[in-house]
Design a protein. Sequence first.
Length: 139
Amino acid sequence: MLAIDDQEEARDALEAVLSTSGARVRLCAAGTEALDWLRATDPAQWPDVLLCDLMLAGEDGYDVLSRLRALEGGRPSIRGGPLPAIALTGYTDALDEQRARTAGFDAHLHKPVAPAELIAAIRRLAQPPSRTDTALPRS
């Protein structure tokens, strides 16, 4: 799991919820930090899901996802498709959700997100439909 949020308290909360659910979480304060880590990491070791705040200091989550998709285009895909991405935002307008989906996010969750809702979204995106495991993915 890779989580990007510029607010330390939000990162800490995500880490607590996800770690308690059995996930390994890599936290980043900025999209640039996350993308640098992905560039330096073997794609086989990439996380199963990206969680990205849409309003980051000095950048936005839409741009981060666009740069991630460009990075993926130059590397072989281990998972058979693009890295699933969940947009996290304080904005609840339907147009915001539509914009996130159009930008390529697979899900759009409103902050503060209930832990059960977050975990369900991650499971839905990270695991093939045929899997019946109850634990979160380990990466």
